[in-house]
Design a protein around this ligand. Sequence first.
Ligand SMILES: Cc1cc2nc3c(=O)[nH]c(=O)nc-3n(C[C@H](O)[C@H](O)[C@H](O)COP(=O)(O)OP(=O)(O)OC[C@H]3O[C@@H](n4cnc5c(N)ncnc54)[C@H](O)[C@@H]3O)c2cc1C
Length: 406
Amino acid sequence: MLKRPSILVLGAGYGGLSTVVNLQKEFGADAADITLINKNDYHYESTWLHEAAAGTMKPEDVRYDIKDVIDSVKVKFVQATVEAIDVEGKSVKTDNGVFTYDYLVIGLGFEGETFGIEGLDKYALSIANVKAARYIREHIEFQFATWSTEEVKNDDRLTIIVGGAGFTGIEFLGELGNRVPELCKEFDVPREKVRVLCVEAAPMVLPGFDPELVNYAVGQLESKGIEFSIGTPVVEATPEGVNIKKGDDEFEFIKAGTVVWAAGVRGNRLIEATPIESMRARVKVDKDLRAPGYSDVFIVGDCALMINEAVNRPYPPTAQIAMQQGVQAAKNIKALVDGTDTHTFVPDLKGTVCSLGHDDAIGDVFGGKKVTGKKASFMKKMIDNRALYMIGGAGLVLKKGKFNVL
Ligand SMILES: Cc1cc2nc3c(=O)[nH]c(=O)nc-3n(C[C@H](O)[C@H](O)[C@H](O)COP(=O)(O)OP(=O)(O)OC[C@H]3O[C@@H](n4cnc5c(N)ncnc54)[C@H](O)[C@@H]3O)c2cc1C
């Protein structure tokens, strides 16, 4: 009898979890040894982290237990932190032992990218995972609580700077737009004392989005008191705030109690310690999602980089693509085990919806249809619920789904 293939999946984010639930479908109970390794015993919805960070959603509502969505007869789950990946020796070192594999799927996700800007690593917060999101929420609340009790008021505590007017930055600002009035009420802080400022290096907000939708988004956020400083790169962060470049020799230091950096992501640094070629820890994968030169290693999610040939630019890293890659990676591993051909991964892009709080959004959907307001917000919630459905079926949607549709 042939040895059962051993398949190791690293990371229970959208890419890794989607791979595992689809491997469960592809393989019978005794047909493969499937192991999933993840740092925590829960999955978190990265696409909801801005809500947990702003405090408009509880951090525990963003996550669910991995054991609830995997079939423990077919998949062994190991809670462990991956420390090193040896693609030559076909093994993975973790803080909970060493694991060998015949096929490896790397889905270790994203990390914040600070582009070497001085002080950002140390003094800015990043919406990187559920613990970091909870920290940001509590940090902001702490600033409001301290202001309300200190005798000599330091109004700079109440300034929140968000670095980056891309997707994550705008979604976070949307939540802050709703959260700040609640915080003011809770901590007896006059609204005019609070400043929320978005600082962006590029000359525009939400690059790649339709300009009409961008105007709508900026108008809605400004109406909630959010300020924008566009085309003004952050050049340094300190414990007191950030220094921004306003002209050739013109700089402005803005004092702030909270600085959140939302201006860039990269792949997981563990990739860079392997011989696999990568750019900011993102691997330009082969068409069937394998790492170039390593026929037994698949890469899914934000650690994978794929070029959209229509525009000759990389596809943006999204949950939508990560989940679709998981489906294809599982199918391709089954094909390799069966000795048949693997298939090319083709993303099926269903559009993009960017939320502006729980009750507002902008979207470019169904191949160019523009939607705004409550309609777009409803679509965003349906997208979120669909992602839950793809991983955990109707049960997970009922447990964690968003039904507060207006
Ligand atoms: C605030 C925000 C909003 C977003 N909104 C959208 C959106 O609306 N639509 C969209 O499509 N995309 C959105 N994205 C992007 C999307 O979240 C990512 O593209 C997606 O999470 C990538 O999935 P992944 O599986 O590669 O990684 P992740 O979801 O990051 O999962 C990686 C997993 O690996 C685990 N892990 C990491 N390191 C280790 C280690 N050393 N050992 C063990 N386990 C480890 C992590 O704990 C995690 O469970 C958003 C991102 C953010 C931050």
